[in-house]
Ligand binder design. Structure first.
Ligand SMILES: Nc1nc2c(c(=O)[nH]1)N[C@H]1C(S)=C(S)[C@@H](COP(=O)(O)O)O[C@H]1N2
Ligand SMILES: [Mo]
Length: 417
C-alpha cells in the first residue's frame, strides 16, 4: 500500500521532474536570507512601539522573556521606521511565490510514511510541522492584517509575534541542518553545470519522473517573475509619488484629495468618531499636565507660542509610508517646559478626543520628547491640518511608527507614566 502510486504517501505519486535538491536548495537559500530579514525587521517593529514604556503601547502584554531584546527606539535617522517596516511588509509580500514554490518542491516529504522511523526522525518531522505551519501562519496573518485590517479573533499583534518566534525557532533548526547541504548542492551545480543532482536517489527527486513541461530554469523564472510582479505592485506604498503603482497595497491607488493635506490618511475623523463641534476654536482646549500643575490652551494660544518646523514622514505598521511632509507647530519639549519640566523633558502620555479604539492614546519616551523635531503640529505643508490628519493638533515624532503620532490631541501628561 505504501508504494501505491495513486496515494500521495507514495513517492511514485509525485512525478514532476522539477523536484530535486537543486531546485529546493536554491529556493532555500533565498528564504534563508529573506526570512531572517523578516524576523529582524519584525522584532524591530515591536521595539519601535516602545512597549516597555507603558501598557498602552504594548500590543503583546504577555510577551514575558520574549521581550528581552527591547530597547529605547531612537529618533535618528528620521526615516528609520519607514525603512524597517517598508522592508518588512514589501519583502514579506515579495517572498510569497518563493515560499509557495519551496513548499511545493518538498511536498512529497510532508506525506511520507512511516511518520517516524526513529526518535530523531520524529523530532525532525515535528520541527518541519512547526516550520511549515508557522511559516504559513506568519504569511497569512501578515497579509490579512495589511490587506483587511484586523480580521482576527483577538489582536493581530500577539498572534503574529508569538507565531514569529515559533516559526523562527523551527527555521533556525532547519537552517542549521540543511544549509551546508544546500550550499554544497549549489556549488556542485555550478561546477558541473548539470541540472541533475549527483545522487538521483535523494528523497526529493521523483523515482518515476514524468516528461518535463518546463525546464528548471523556466520554473525559476516563473517564481522570480511572480516575486518581481508582487514587488513592483507593492513597493510604491512607501512613497507619495509612486503610491499609484502600489496596486496590491490597500492604501495604493486612491490619492486622498488635493492640496497640502493630500497625503495618505489612515483612519478618518469620521471613522474615529470625532465630532466637529468638539474641535471648533471656541470649544477645543489642550490640557497640559506636569510637575507644576495643569495648563489649558486654545489653538490660538498654541499658535502664539514659538513655532518650529520638521520634515517628517508618516510610516504605518501596515508598511505604507508618506514622503516627508513639512509639519509646523510647538515643540514637545517647549510644552514640557510650560508645566515645570524645563531642563530634562520626561516621558509623555498623549490622549486624543477619540473615545474608542486602541490608537486613541500613546506614550512617548523622554528621548522622543527631547528631540527638537518632535512637534505638536498645527499645520502641515503650510496649511492647517485637515480634520482627517488630526485638526486641531497632532503629534509628529521622527522615526516613530505612525501609531505614536496621535491625532486630535486633547490632553498631554508629562512625567511618571
Ligand atoms: N487618535 C488617533 N490617532 C492616530 C490614529 C488613530 O486611529 N486615532 N491612527 C494612527 C496610525 S496607526 C497612523 S499610521 C497615523 C496615520 O496618520 P495620517 O492618517 O495622518 O496619515 O495616525 C496615527 N494616529
Ligand atoms: Mo498605522
Amino acid at each position: 500500500m505504501r508504494d501505491d502510486p495513486r496515494l500521495p504517501t507514495s513517492p511514485g505519486f509525485w512525478r514532476s521532474p522539477l523536484r530535486g535538491t537543486w531546485f529546493t536548495s536554491l529556493l532555500g537559500v533565498v528564504l534563508l536570507v529573506g526570512v531572517t530579514v523578516l524576523f529582524v525587521t519584525g522584532l524591530l517593529s515591536y521595539a519601535a512601539y516602545n512597549p516597555g514604556l507603558s501598557p498602552v503601547n504594548d500590543k503583546t502584554p504577555d510577551k514575558g522573556l520574549l521581550g528581552f531584546y527591547l530597547f529605547a527606539w531612537p529618533t535618528h535617522p528620521h526615516w528609520l521606521y519607514r525603512l524597517t517596516q517598508g522592508v518588512h511588509v514589501t519583502l514579506g509580500i515579495t517572498l510569497i511565490p518563493v515560499l509557495l514554490a519551496k513548499l511545493w518542491s518538498v511536498v512529497p516529504k510532508l506525506f511520507a510514511l512511516p511518520p517516524a522511523r526513529s526518535l530523531a526522525h520524529a523530532l525532525e518531522r515535528i520541527s518541519l510541522l512547526l516550520l511549515v505551519g508557522g511559516g504559513l501562519f506568519e504569511f497569512v496573518t501578515g497579509v490579512l492584517n495589511v490587506q483587511l485590517d484586523y480580521v482576527f479573533p483577538g489582536s493581530f499583534y500577539p498572534l503574529h509575534f508569538y507565531g514569529a518566534w515559533v516559526f523562527f525557532a523551527a527555521f533556525v533548526a532547519h537552517a542549521v541542518l540543511k544549509t551546508p547541504l544546500a550550499l554544497r548542492n549549489l556549488r556542485h551545480m555550478r561546477q558541473t553545470r548539470d541540472e541533475r543532482h549527483p545522487e538521483a536517489d535523494d528523497d526529493l527527486t521523483s523515482p518515476r519522473p514524468a516528461d518535463p513541461t518546463v525546464s528548471r530554469r523556466g520554473a525559476l523564472w516563473f517564481v522570480g517573475g511572480g516575486s518581481l510582479l508582487l514587488f513592483a505592485t507593492t513597493v510604491g506604498q512607501g512613497s507619495d509619488a509612486l503610491r499609484r503603482t502600489a496596486l496590491l497595497a490597500p492604501h495604493g491607488g486612491a490619492e486622498p484629495g488635493e492640496g497640502p493635506n493630500a497625503f495618505q490618511i489612515n483612519k478618518t475623523a469620521a471613522y474615529a468618531g470625532i465630532d466637529p463641534a468638539e474641535t471648533s476654536a471656541d470649544v477645543w482646549r489642550l490640557e497640559i499636565v506636569g510637575r507644576t500643575g495643569t495648563v489649558r490652551l486654545s489653538r490660538a494660544q498654541l499658535a502664539e507660542l514659538p513655532q518650529h518646523s520638521a520634515a517628517l514622514p508618516i510610516a504605518c505598521v501596515e508598511g505604507w509610508s508618506t514622503s516627508d511632509q513639512w509639519w509646523r507647530g510647538v515643540r514637545l519639549c517647549d510644552l514640557a517646559a510650560l508645566v515645570g519640566h524645563e531642563d530634562d523633558p520626561p516621558d509623555l502620555f498623549v490622549e486624543s478626543l477619540q473615545r474608542r479604539g486602541a490608537f486613541r492614546h500613546a506614550a512617548l519616551r523622554a528621548n522622543q520628547v527631547a528631540d527638537p523635531r518632535s512637534l505638536l503640529a498645527l499645520t502641515v505643508n503650510g496649511e492647517d491640518l485637515s480634520p482627517d490628519h488630526g485638526h486641531p493638533a497632532r503629534i509628529i515624532v521622527p522615526a516613530a511608527p505612525g501609531v505614536l503620532n496621535t491625532k486630535w490631541v486633547a490632553r498631554m501628561t508629562f512625567g511618571d507614566l
